[in-house]
Design a protein around this ligand. Structure first.
Ligand SMILES: *[C@@H]1O[C@H](CO)[C@@H](O)[C@H](O)[C@H]1NC(C)=O
Ligand SMILES: *[C@@H]1O[C@H](CO)[C@@H](O)[C@H](O)[C@H]1NC(C)=O
Length: 183
C-alpha cells in the first residue's frame, strides 16, 4: 500500500514536473508506458451497495438452562416492546415491517448455536439496536445489514455485541434477489 502510494506520488510529481516545464535529466529512468494498476477491486468506497434493512440475531448456548431462559425472556421483551409479528417465509432483504423468526433451539443455517432473529426495517434500526445493546445481558448479538450480497452482509459487514461467533459461511448464498420494496 505504502509502496503504491509512493509510486503514485512519484508518477504524479513526474507528470507535474513535465507539464510545468521542468527538465528530466538523461539519467532519470521513467517508464511512461508502465501501467498504473489501481486495483479497483480493493476499493469498496463508492461501490453501488444499498442497505435495505438489518437483521438482529441473538445467540445462546442451547444446552445451558440459564442462557435459554435469558434468551427467551429477552425475545419476549423485544417482541412486546416493538409489537413484532411473525415473518413470512420470504422475508429476508426487504419486508414491509419489523418481524421475527422462530426460535432456533439448535444450530440453524449459518448460526452455530441456538438463536433467534428479527427483521428490522431501516426506520427502526436505531431504536432496536439501542434496545438490544442495553438488554443483551450475557448473550451475544449479531447485527448485519441486508444489501442482497448475503455473504458479505453476514461475514464482513455485520457487527457483534459481546463476542464474535464463527458463522458457517457455506450455509449462505452469495446473493439473494432484492424484492420490490417501498411503503
Ligand atoms: C445502483 O443499483 C441500483 C439497484 O440495483 C440501480 O437501480 C442503480 O441504477 C445503480 N446505480 C448506479 C450508479 O450504478
Ligand atoms: C448473566 O449471567 C450471570 C451469571 O450466570 C447471572 O447472574 C445474571 O443474572 C445473568 N444476566 C441476565 C441479564 O440474565
Amino acid at each position: 500500500m505504502l509502496n503504491k502510494f509512493i509510486f503514485i506520488a512519484f508518477i504524479c510529481s513526474t507528470i507535474s514536473l513535465l507539464t510545468t516545464g521542468h527538465v528530466i535529466r538523461s539519467g532519470d529512468k521513467i517508464d511512461l508506458n508502465a501501467k498504473v494498476n489501481f486495483d479497483l477491486k480493493d476499493i469498496n468506497f463508492g461501490d453501488n451497495i444499498t442497505y435495505y434493512s438489518y437483521h438482529i440475531h441473538t445467540y445462546f448456548l442451547q444446552k445451558n438452562e440459564n442462557q435459554v431462559t435469558e434468551a427467551t425472556a429477552l425475545r419476549s421483551k423485544f417482541i412486546n416492546q416493538f409489537e413484532v409479528d411473525s415473518c413470512n417465509a420470504a422475508c429476508g432483504t426487504w419486508c414491509p415491517k419489523i418481524c421475527h423468526w422462530d426460535l432456533n433451539m439448535a444450530p440453524a443455517g449459518p448460526h452455530p448455536i441456538g438463536s433467534w432473529g428479527i427483521y428490522v426495517p431501516l426506520e427502526q434500526v436505531t431504536e432496536t439496536i439501542s434496545f438490544i445493546s442495553m438488554y443483551h445481558g450475557n448473550l451475544t448479538i449479531l447485527v448485519h445489514p441486508n444489501s442482497g450480497q448475503v455473504k458479505i452482509d453476514h461475514l464482513i459487514n455485520g457487527f457483534w455485541i459481546k463476542s464474535i461467533l464463527p458463522l458457517d459461511g457455506d450455509e449462505l448464498p452469495d446473493t439473494e434477489p432484492i424484492p420490490p420494496h417501498g411503503h
